[in-house]
Write a protein that binds this ligand. Structure first.
Ligand code: GLU
Length: 416
């Protein structure tokens, strides 16, 4: 793996740029660049063919200064401890930027869910949670969905934890089905936050999001909901790609129909009423807004210069490498960074956790209104910080986050 693709290294570079501008104390710098706790577990599962497979899982609690660790669980063949550590650090900064009282954590299991049955996925989830059960809990560490996990996965997490402690505990995990303590609006929340970020960025730059052209990389939960909600406020989604293929229509794609197609065909490729698009060409399209909503390391030194978009809204975590970030900044591309743009998910996770703890549930309109307020406030705080420090939005978001966590670290003091 080249150093450009070392994601924890990328996080450290982003951190350093902001910490320098902030004049961060050396001791705090050391504390905030080390994960609090990282755990590796082995999860044996009896597969459908009767054979035993052992899967490796990780849970990293990067920082719990502001509250319980918070962050998703990802299932993917390429999961590494370095990646989970970076994602847990990003959750720490994201929660601080979003203004929710959580620290940062992340989990991952090395597996290929596209090749596993529901029964195998359930067994793997339950064994992984059993292995980390002592470390999680509503006041300790609260998992959520991430790449290739969903509300059903979270239902198994909740049940396994609850069985272990002998009482039903809904607040141990967020992103659950609504019937069992999930929140209205949580499934759509990350995409809703991306839509709000794109809308605010367009307003700041002085163009109308209505009629603006948008390209979306990735059509999972984040990409599909972002596309749908942006189309609903009048943007024109002209291109969508996933890891299997892509589609392009300069007149705008019918997003609800594309969502239906993808549910059946497991890919956007082949969608009628659009031209085929090579996924590797999506970043070079002449669009107003580009939304990377897949995995890390997608916008690199190799393709950053081909980007024509005015605005990039990072739906994914870590889609832009530090080298690409520099080149985009030099060329004046306005980037709404991941730790701000995709913070809608964890913000509504916070709402879900609050509702679970109160045992009192809000209507969808209330959830969405509160999310709107939180996202706009976070966007404006980061924008004002960028203007004050004469820097880009990513560095500004880090400044906001580091400042918050560092201030509370100092107030709490160091426990010997
Ligand atoms: N996995 C999501 C993220 O990366 C949501 C995390 C959460 O809700 O805790 O932000």
């Amino acid at each position: 793996m080249s150093s450009e693709n070392n994601v924890f290294g990328a996080m450290l570079q982003e951190f350093a740029g902001a910490a320098r501008l902030l004049g961060l104390d050396e001791g705090l710098w050391k504390i905030l660049t080390h994960p609090k706790r990282q755990v590796t577990v082995s999860c044996p599962v009896v597969m459908d063919n009767g054979k035993v497979e052992v899967f490796t899982g990780y849970r990293v609690q990067y920082n719990i200064t502001l509250g319980p660790a918070k962050g998703g669980i990802r299932f993917h063949p390429d999961v590494t401890l370095d990646e989970v550590k970076a994602l847990a650090a990003w959750m720490t900064w994201k929660c601080a930027v979003a203004g929710v009282p959580f620290g940062g954590g992340k989990g991952g299991i090395i597996c290929d869910p596209t090749k596993m049955s529901q029964r195998e996925l359930e067994a793997l989830t339950r064994r992984y949670i059993a292995e980390i059960a002592d470390l999680i809990g509503p006041d300790k560490d609260v998992p959520a969905p991430d790449v290739n996990t969903n509300a059903q996965t979270m239902a198994w997490v909740m049940d396994t934890y609850s069985m272990k402690i002998g009482t039903t505990c809904t607040a141990v995990v967020t992103g659950k089905p609504i019937e069992m303590g999930g929140s209205e609006g949580r499934r759509e929340a990350t995409g809703r936050g991306v839509m709000i970020s794109a809308r605010e960025a367009a307003a700041h730059l002085g163009f109308d999001i209505k009629g603006a052209t948008v390209a979306v990389q990735g059509f999972g939960n984040v990409g599909s909901v972002s596309a749908d909600l942006l189309a609903k406020i009048g943007a024109k989604i002209v291109a969508v790609t996933d890891w299997r293929g892509g589609v392009h229509n300069p007149k705008g794609l019918d997003i609800p129909a594309l969502i239906e197609w993808t549910a059946k065909n497991k890919t956007v490729a082949g969608f009628p009423g659009a031209d085929a698009l090579d996924p590797s060409t999506i970043f070079g399209l002449d669009v107003d807004v580009l939304i990377p909503a897949a995995l890390e390391n997608q916008i690199t030194e190799k393709n950053a210069d081909s980007i024509k978009a005015k605005v990039i809204v990072e739906g994914a975590n870590g889609p832009t490498t530090p080298a690409a970030h520099q080149s985009l900044h030099k060329r004046g591309v306005f980037v709404v960074p991941d730790i701000l743009a995709n913070a809608g998910g964890v913000t509504t996770s916070y709402f879900e956790w609050v509702q679970d703890r109160h045992g009192y549930f809000w209507q969808e309109s209330e959830v969405n209104e509160r999310l709107e307020l939180k996202m706009v406030e976070a966007f404006n705080t980061v924008l004002q910080t960028a203007l004050k420090y004469k820097t880009d939005m990513r560095t500004a978001a880090y400044i906001v986050a580091i400042n918050k966590v560092a201030t509370v670290t100092k107030l709490r003091g160091m426990y010997a």
